[in-house]
Design a binder for this molecule. Sequence first.
Ligand SMILES: Nc1ncnc2c1ncn2[C@@H]1O[C@H](COP(=O)(O)OP(=O)(O)O)[C@@H](O)[C@H]1O
Ligand SMILES: [Mg+2]
Length: 427
Amino acid sequence: MNVLVLGSGGREHAMAWKIRQSPLADQVFVAPGNGGTSEVAINLNVDLTSLFSIKSILLNNEIDLLVVGPEDPLVNGLVNDLIADDDFKKLKIIGPERLGAQLEGSKEFSKRFMEKYKIPTAGAKVFDEVSFPDGLKYLDELEPPYVLKADGLAGGKGVIITEDVEEAKDALDEIINQNKFGDSGSKVLIEEFLTGIEVSFFILTDGKSYRLLPEAKDYKRIGENDEGLNTGGMGAISPVKFADRIFKEKVHERIIKPTIAGLKKEKIPYTGFLFFGLINVSGEPYIIEYNVRLGDPETQAILPRIKTDFLELLVNTAEGNLIDTDIEYERYSAATVVCVSEGYPETYETGVEIVEGKPNGVLTFHAGSKVDEGTLVTNGGRVLAVTGLGKNLGEAISKGIRAAEQVRYKGKYFRSDIGLDLTELGQ
Ligand SMILES: Nc1ncnc2c1ncn2[C@@H]1O[C@H](COP(=O)(O)OP(=O)(O)O)[C@@H](O)[C@H]1O
Ligand SMILES: [Mg+2]
């Protein structure tokens, strides 16, 4: 079967790599892809904001299965548009329709859903232009730290956490009244602050059954010890030790099952990945957000830990047959280290030659890279990720770090403390 993965990040590289290994795969395409995806798949030009462009490449390449990598096309209703078109009656699609994608596309929608189905989460109130003065008063009543979230998609920049009430008020004003995030910020959630360690859970679901994928912890800040600016993600590890059998059981019972039941109850069809951003508060899981796709760079750490034929899993999901599908994991641990451009997440140079982009003994997944007249060059802030695999987390981390050291391009930076907080190495 012919498969198309939409997107251009390390997540899409990892998915294409995994799909390529399946005996069910004929041609594997990534659109638009990057300088690394062309090693495991065929890159196709596409304008991800154009339905016409996406439909053209689906038809021209006789695609049987479409995997939508990023959230924007899902939130914008790509899947609805395809389902409504007779040309795509037989197309299998991994990714929810617009309504299901609202679990990520609107933080108000997802918070109401969590509350309705009694899924443990941080309490929150929503404010808009009209209730803005009440929002200011509400902030005065709260204890710090203050958590403010723009309602809509904001590319990971829509959450402000501060100890300073004046800063919180300014942020509320900027988002609601000065349109800092455009329409995404016309409403703001002010949320209770939860204290604990974060962990990400992922499922594949056909809307009826689900299968749990390996869990992961990601590292968002640019600096070691989680200091400095937020980034798209500097690394990830899997498995996460504190997510033990008892914790997982709680996640299944209190979070995942009520979510699937809620989707059914609301008659929200859902086919694809669902990502649960959780906080472990003294052993109790709380959900802070849903994402309607896999995470980046978590995907680069979790997919190598899946033993089951990944394409078969996707096909069974798209066909609604997950109930008859088992999922097996590999025993080893994975640590993903992201190499970025100097200056990221602020300004950085692109077009820098990548002299060594494929270190030994690890998996390499590209993101901000491209081939320019035969030369591999940087093309973004997050350039590439290496995933070390080992019999335990410590070994996986050592391999990942050693490989990141071998990667060579001018201005390379990576965090050498990925996962160390969770291993004996970090003590
Ligand atoms: N209620 C909360 N308590 C403590 N930290 C939070 C809370 N909500 C979010 N955060 C922190 O902010 C980050 C971003 O919030 P999240 O809801 O995941 O939004 P997004 O990923 O869309 O930016 C989280 O990963 C977490 O570190
Ligand atoms: Mg998040």
